[in-house]
Design a protein around this ligand. Structure first.
Ligand SMILES: C[S@@+](CC[C@H](N)C(=O)[O-])C[C@H]1O[C@@H](n2cnc3c(N)ncnc32)[C@H](O)[C@@H]1O
Length: 214
């Protein structure tokens, strides 16, 4: 489900602009890295910031840092004394992430972990107020089951790319070898049937699933 270009432009023009730092990170990511589309970007970044401001979380967890754009957005709404932990498995991204976290003056509030989220998670037993799952989509369910017990009752999870380029839609004919699409579809269906949570599927960008633990 995509907006027309004109509607998208209008929506962007009526959304608070990125900070100069985020705009620079956005541009640098697109110029220097492959798969720059993975970065949350202007509209989704502002939504992450807005949701974080609404929740005022003390403990935030992000799985999948990439260049740090979404971590910086989510950190904007942290409570005083709040901390965001973000996990990225690609060590080549570490220096850029740390440089931007430092430029944003967030070194004491954003803890960067380099490693496979499945392993790093076992060393982080925090009562999460907000979790952003945005790593390898085939493992969405693994991450969800690992973190949900650690999310405080009434806490939130956000899962990105749940539209998966519209490949989750029933009319799309999935190739039998396309394990990612089958995994994203199965995950979305599972959350919809999960009595432990309430959920809203937001068709923003590539789809963002908002989940509240009961
Ligand atoms: C979609 S990008 C994240 C985008 C970022 N959250 C943003 O919005 O700007 C996914 C990232 O997850 C990382 N990743 C993939 N599998 C992972 C894993 N098992 N553990 C930690 N990070 C992983 C990838 O290296 C990639 O940088």
């Amino acid at each position: 489900m995509y907006l027309t270009d004109e509607a998208q432009a209008y929506a962007d023009q009526h959304t608070t602009p990125e900070s100069a730092l985020l705009a620079r990170l956005n541009r640098e990511t697109h110029v220097q890295l492959l798969h720059a589309r993975m970065l949350s970007g202007h509209a989704q970044g502002r939504l992450l910031s807005m949701l974080s401001h609404m929740i005022r979380p003390r403990r935030v967890l992000e799985l999948g840092t990439f260049t740090g754009y979404s971590a910086l957005c989510l950190a904007e709404g942290l409570a005083e004394e709040g901390v965001l932990h973000t996990i990225e498995q690609n060590p080549e991204l570490e220096s850029r992430i740390r440089r931007y976290v430092s430029e944003a003056g967030q070194e004491s509030r954003i803890q960067v972990h380099i490693g496979d989220a499945r392993h790093v998670l076992s060393s982080l037993a925090e009562p999460w107020d907000l979790v952003f799952i945005d790593a390898d989509k085939i493992n969405n369910d693994t991450y969800y089951e690992l973190v949900l017990p650690q999310v405080r009752p009434g806490g939130f999870l956000l899962i990105d790319n749940v539209l998966w380029g519209d490949k989750v839609l029933p009319s799309y004919s999935v190739k039998p070898s396309d394990k990612d699409t089958f995994a994203v579809r199965a995950f979305n269906d599972k959350v919809q049937a999960d009595d432990r949570v309430e959920n809203v599927f937001l068709p923003l960008r590539d789809g963002l699933l908002l989940v509240r633990k009961r």
